[in-house]
Design a protein around this ligand. Structure first.
Ligand code: AKG
Length: 255
């Protein structure tokens, strides 16, 4: 999956682009499945009027636990392509750590601010892998991801609550934009500082964020071992054997 050069880039710069991981038709089919969750979540956000942090109805909407809600989506995140990629980066035993879609509508006129994924939930070991998969073309105009290369090398840093969300970098570095074609993904270390820009286009920017950790990763505060999706690799080989549900997240559009 990753060449030696790409793996070196991931380790040194904190990120790498995996071009054309999925064919456009596969992305269209996946986006169609995810659209209905996004629509339901957006409707819930409209009803609740900004009860959920970081999310704004009709602007930026996150829908989580999609793998538990749709067998086809769960099969996708356990696909052999992700087994190869995640085991290269994390080692032989890998579990899905988190999955969510992030849809930015044209009304999303502001940044999703500089942060590390580790800034949200503490985890041991700290390093996990984020795959930011473009369901449609992600461009500077429509709000692609920007990164601060090598920032992962400083470990987890302090985040402050700001009016636009948790933020950990306030300096002058504009960062590096990472536009990606539909079906390509940005693979980055969870400690890499990243943001996304406003959507200044006429269409919705659609991403599916799929994160993997080593099996047994836990929250060091609560002691909870994370179980937000299936084991996908054991001893370096595919471990997924079929749909795994979750009592709190199955068969519901929102939740
Ligand atoms: O997709 C985006 O606009 C930002 C998402 C992001 O940074 C994240 O989920 O951590």
């Amino acid at each position: 999956m990753l060449s030696e050069t790409q793996l070196k880039q991931y380790r040194e710069e904190g990120y790498v682009i995996v071009e054309d991981m999925s064919a456009p038709e596969e992305m269209d089919a996946l986006a169609a499945r995810i659209d209905r969750f996004d629509e339901a979540y957006n409707a819930a956000l409209m009803r609740s009027r900004s009860e959920y942090s970081n999310q704004i109805a009709n602007e930026i909407v996150f829908s989580s636990y999609l793998n538990f809600k749709d067998a086809e989506i769960q099969r996708f995140i356990a696909d052999e392509r992700f087994v190869r990629l995640s085991t290269q980066v994390l080692g032989p035993d890998v579990r899905l750590y988190w999955d969510q879609s992030v849809y930015k509508r044209p009304e999303a006129r502001r940044d999703f601010p500089w942060h590390q994924d580790n800034g949200y939930v503490p985890i041991v070991p700290e390093h996990y892998l984020t795959c930011w998969l473009a369901l449609n073309d992600a461009t500077i105009e429509n709000g692609c991801v920007w990164v601060l290369p090598r920032s992962h090398l400083n470990g987890v840093v302090e985040h402050k609550q700001t009016p636009i969300g948790l933020q950990c970098y306030f300096g002058p570095d504009p960062g590096t934009p990472v536009p990606v074609r539909k079906g390509s993904l940005v693979a980055f270390c969870s400690m890499l500082i990243h943001r996304s820009g406003p959507n200044q286009s006429a269409g919705v920017r659609k991403a599916y964020v799929i994160q993997y950790s080593v099996e047994g990763a836990r929250n060091p505060i609560t002691g909870e071992v994370f179980n937000n999706g299936p084991l996908i690799a054991k001893e370096g080989r595919p471990a997924y054997t079929g749909f795994v549900s979750h009592p709190d997240h199955s068969n519901v559009l929102v939740g």
